[in-house]
Design a protein around this ligand. Structure first.
Ligand code: HEM
Ligand SMILES: [Cu+2]
Length: 656
C-alpha cells in the first residue's frame, strides 16, 4: 500500500512538473488585429477572444515594439465580445509589434500565456518570441486546496447519503457526527487554500463559488455538533406528485437532510468552477455533476460504512452477523449503481478531454487520468470481493467483520490517492483544447505525435504549423520538416513548403499552396538525425477564399475556362499592396497552364492594365498572379482576359 502511494506520488509529481509544456486553459481563439496581420493604419485598440471567459483582473495585454517598448495604455478590460478582452493603444508608428497576453479564466482562475505579432506598413513581420502558448504548472497550494475540498465533499455527501438512504438505523450517531464535522472542516480548509492560492487575482465569480462552498462546509460542521435533534417521524417522500412511503427510510431526520443539502451544495460548487463549466457545455456540466455525486456516494459511503457500522458493531452472534450483512448488502448495491454512474460519466468526460488514446501516457493530464482509472480498478476489485465473499458470509451468519474492516480501510487509502490524482487532473489543462486554427488534427506515427494546425480554413495564403512531440517532450532540432500539398479533386501537381522551427517542437511554414477550394492532402515529412523519415498525410478541407465565414466569390467563366480568383490579403486595404491570384481550370477540371492573362481595372480612380505572371514553381500549375502596388478604397471591377479566348469580371472591394 505504502509503496503504491510512493509510486503514484512520483508519477503525479512528474506530470505536474512537465505540465508547463501542456496546452492552456483559456486559449487564444482570435484577435483584431489578427495574428500575423499586415495593417495599413495603426489600430486604436487590440481585442483578443479566448476559449473561456477571462477575468480582466488577472489578465494582461502588452503591446511591445521590436525594442521591447510598451505602447498599450494598460487599461485591459472586457471587450464586449464573448470571452473577449481589449486594451487601448497610444498612437504607434509603422513597424512590427508583439502582443503578449496573459489570461486568467473567470471560471477556474487558471492562468495561461501566449503572444502573437502584427505589422503596420510594409516592413517585415517580426518573429514572435520563442515561447509557445503555455500554462504555468499548478501550485501545490491549488492541488492541496482541491484535495481537501474534494475529500470533504465526498465524505460529507457520502456520509449524509449513507445515513439517510443506506443504513438509516444502526449507525453510531457519535461517529456520524464526527465524520460530518471532519467533512465540514476539510471543505472550509480546502476553500480557504484555494482562495489563498489565487491571491489578489481571485476572479469574483470563483470567489463567490468558494465562499458558497466554505459556507456549506460550515453548515456541515455546525449541524453535526449541535445537540442531536431528537426529531424522528415517519417520512412521506414526495416524488413526482405522488406520495410514496419508502419502507427503510421510515425516519425523517432534519439534521441529516441539512447535511445532505450542504453536501450537495458543496458538490455543485465543484461543477460550477470545473473545466466543464469553463467550456460552457451543459452536457459536460451535467456529466461532471453526476460524476461528483456518484463518486461521493461511493467513496464517502465506504468511509461511513467502515466508521459508523463496521467499527461500531459486533458480529459475534449469528444474528449480529446477519444484521451487519444486510447493511453491507444494501451498501454494495448502492455502490454498484454509483460506480456504474461514475465510470460512465468519467469516461464520457474523458473522451471529450482527450485527443488520442496515447494522451493517457503522453500528456500530464492523461497520466493523472490513467492513474485514477488504474486505482479505481483496484478499488473495484476489493469491492467485488466484499460483495461476493464477505457479504454473503455475514448474511449466512458467519463472522467476516474483521476482513471487511481490513478491505474497506484499503479502499479508503486508495480513494485518498484517487482524490489526489483527481486534484492534479482538474488543475491541469486537458489535451483537447478549443483551437484558434481552422484545422487541428493529431496523429500518432512511428512513435511521434504530430499535430497539424492550419490557421485559416480558406483558400489562399495560410500558415501551417506542425507540432512534433515524442512522449511528453517536444522534438526539437529536426533536420527537416516538409509539407507536400496535393489536391484530391484536381491534378494540381505537388508543392512543397519547408517549415522552420518557431518554438520548441513547433514547425511553421507559410505560403499559398492550397489555392483552390476543395480537399487537399498535406503530407508531412519529419526528418530526425540518424532516423528514417516519418511521414503521414492529413486531409484538409479548404473552403472559399477568405475563410469559411466569408461568402465565396463565384467562379468566373472566361471563354472555355473557369477562373477562381482571390486576393492576398483576403480583405484588401487602400494603398497597401495586393496580390490577385487567378486559378484557371479547364473543362476537364485540371489546371490550365501556359496562358496569357491580362487584367483591366475600372473603379474609383484610374489604374493601368496588368499582365499576369505564371510562376509554376512557387504557386503551382495554372495559377496566375497579378501584383498590384495599391488601390484606392472602393469597389473595383477587374476584367480578366485569357488571350483572346474570352473575358470575365471580378468584383474587388478595397476598404479604407
Ligand atoms: C473513485 C473514483 C473517482 C473519484 C474519487 C473521482 C473524483 C473526481 C473529482 C473530484 C473530479 C473533479 C470534479 C469537479 O471539479 O467538478 C473528477 C473529474 C473527472 N474525472 Fe473522476 N473520479 C473518479 C473516477 C473516475 C474515472 C473512473 C474516470 C474515467 C474513466 C474519471 C474521469 C474524470 C474526468 C475526465 C474528470 C474531468 C476533469 C476536468 O475537469 O478536466 N474519474 N473526478
Ligand atoms: Cu483550467
Amino acid at each position: 500500500m505504502r509503496r503504491l502511494a510512493v509510486i503514484v506520488a512520483c508519477v503525479l509529481g512528474g506530470a505536474v512538473l512537465l505540465s508547463g509544456a501542456a496546452e492552456a486553459h483559456a486559449n487564444y481563439v482570435r484577435s483584431n488585429p489578427a495574428s500575423d496581420a499586415r495593417l495599413v493604419k495603426a489600430p486604436a485598440e487590440i481585442r483578443i477572444e479566448f476559449s473561456e471567459p477571462p477575468d480582466p483582473k488577472g489578465s494582461d495585454i502588452q503591446v511591445l515594439d521590436t525594442n521591447g517598448v510598451r505602447h498599450d495604455k494598460r487599461d485591459v478590460g472586457l471587450s464586449g465580445d464573448p470571452n473577449g478582452l481589449r486594451v487601448s493603444l497610444n498612437p504607434i508608428p509603422d513597424g512590427g509589434y508583439v502582443v503578449a497576453w496573459t489570461a486568467t479564466s473567470a471560471v477556474d482562475g487558471h492562468t495561461t500565456r501566449g503572444n502573437f505579432v502584427f505589422v503596420i506598413g510594409n516592413g517585415p513581420i517580426p518573429r514572435p518570441p520563442d515561447v509557445a502558448e503555455a500554462a504555468p504548472p499548478p501550485a501545490l497550494l491549488e492541488i492541496g486546496g482541491r484535495v481537501l475540498s474534494y475529500a470533504g465533499i465526498a465524505l460529507g455527501l457520502g456520509t449524509a447519503f449513507f445515513v439517510l438512504f443506506v443504513a438509516p438505523a444502526g449507525v453510531d450517531p457519535r461517529r456520524e457526527s464526527w465524520l460530518l464535522s471532519i467533512a465540514g472542516v476539510l471543505i472550509v480548509a480546502g476553500s480557504v487554500a484555494l482562495v489563498a492560492d489565487q491571491g489578489p487575482k481571485l476572479p469574483p465569480r470563483l470567489g463567490i463559488m468558494l465562499a458558497v462552498r466554505a459556507f456549506a462546509g460550515l453548515v456541515l460542521a455546525a449541524v453535526s455538533i449541535t445537540p442531536r435533534l431528537a426529531m424522528t417521524r415517519p417520512v412521506a417522500a414526495i416524488a413526482g406528485g405522488g406520495v410514496m412511503t419508502i419502507g427503510p427510510l421510515a425516519t425523517f431526520r432534519p439534521r441529516r437532510m441539512i447535511a445532505l443539502a450542504a453536501g450537495l451544495t458543496a458538490a455543485m460548487t465543484a461543477t460550477l468552477v470545473s473545466h466543464a463549466t469553463a467550456l460552457g457545455s451543459l452536457k459536460s456540466m451535467a456529466l461532471d455533476f453526476v460524476h461528483v455525486l456518484s463518486v461521493s456516494v461511493w467513496t464517502g459511503g465506504v468511509v461511513a460504512l467502515l466508521s459508523c457500522v463496521l467499527l461500531a458493531r459486533r458480529d459475534e452472534t449469528a444474528e449480529d452477523a446477519r444484521v451487519l450483512g444486510a447493511t453491507v448488502w444494501r451498501f454494495s448495491v448502492t455502490a454498484m449503481i454509483a460506480t456504474a454512474l461514475l465510470i460512465t460519466a468519467g469516461a464520457l468526460q474523458a473522451f471529450d478531454r482527450l485527443v488520442l488514446i496515447n494522451d493517457l501516457y503522453e500528456t500530464p493530464y492523461g497520466i493523472a487520468l490513467a492513474v485514477k482509472i488504474a486505482l479505481v480498478l483496484v478499488a473495484l476489485a476489493i469491492g467485488a470481493f466484499n460483495l461476493l465473499r464477505w457479504g454473503p458470509r455475514l448474511r449466512a451468519g458467519i463472522r467476516a467483520r474483521t476482513a471487511l474492516v481490513r478491505d474497506t480501510m484499503a479502499e479508503t487509502g486508495i480513494f485518498i490517492v484517487i482524490i489526489v490524482a483527481a486534484s492534479v487532473l482538474t488543475a491541469l489543462a486537458p489535451p483537447a483544447q478549443p483551437s484558434a486554427s481552422a484545422f487541428d488534427q493529431t496523429q500518432h506515427v512511428s512513435g511521434l505525435r504530430l499535430e497539424m494546425l492550419v490557421a485559416s480554413g480558406g483558400a489562399g495564403p495560410n500558415t501551417y504549423v506542425l507540432r512534433v512531440h515524442q512522449g511528453l517532450a517536444p522534438v526539437t532540432g529536426a533536420e527537416k520538416v516538409a509539407l507536400r500539398f496535393t489536391m484530391v479533386e484536381h491534378d494540381m501537381g505537388q508543392q512543397e513548403l519547408v517549415a522552420t522551427e518557431r518554438a520548441a517542437g513547433e514547425y511553421v511554414a507559410q505560403g499559398s499552396p492550397t489555392a483552390m477550394y476543395g480537399t487537399w492532402k498535406i503530407q508531412t515529412i519529419v526528418r530526425l538525425a540518424g532516423k528514417e523519415d516519418v511521414s503521414t498525410i492529413f486531409t484538409v478541407p479548404v473552403g472559399a477564399p477568405g475563410g469559411p465565414s466569408s461568402t465565396p466569390a463565384p467562379p468566373l467563366t472566361i471563354g472555355p475556362y473557369t477562373a477562381i480568383v482571390f486576393t492576398d490579403p483576403a480583405a484588401p486595404q487602400a494603398g497597401a499592396p495586393i496580390t490577385l491570384f487567378a486559378l484557371l481550370v479547364g473543362t476537364d477540371g485540371n489546371p490550365v497552364i501556359g496562358k496569357k492573362l491580362h487584367a483591366t481595372f475600372s473603379g474609383p480612380a484610374s489604374q493601368g492594365p496588368l499582365d499576369a505572371s505564371e510562376d509554376r514553381a512557387a504557386f503551382g500549375p495554372g495559377r496566375y498572379r497579378f501584383d498590384i502596388a495599391g488601390l484606392e478604397a472602393g469597389t473595383w471591377k477587374v476584367t480578366l482576359a485569357v488571350g483572346n479566348e474570352g473575358t470575365g469580371t471580378y468584383s474587388l472591394v478595397v476598404s479604407r
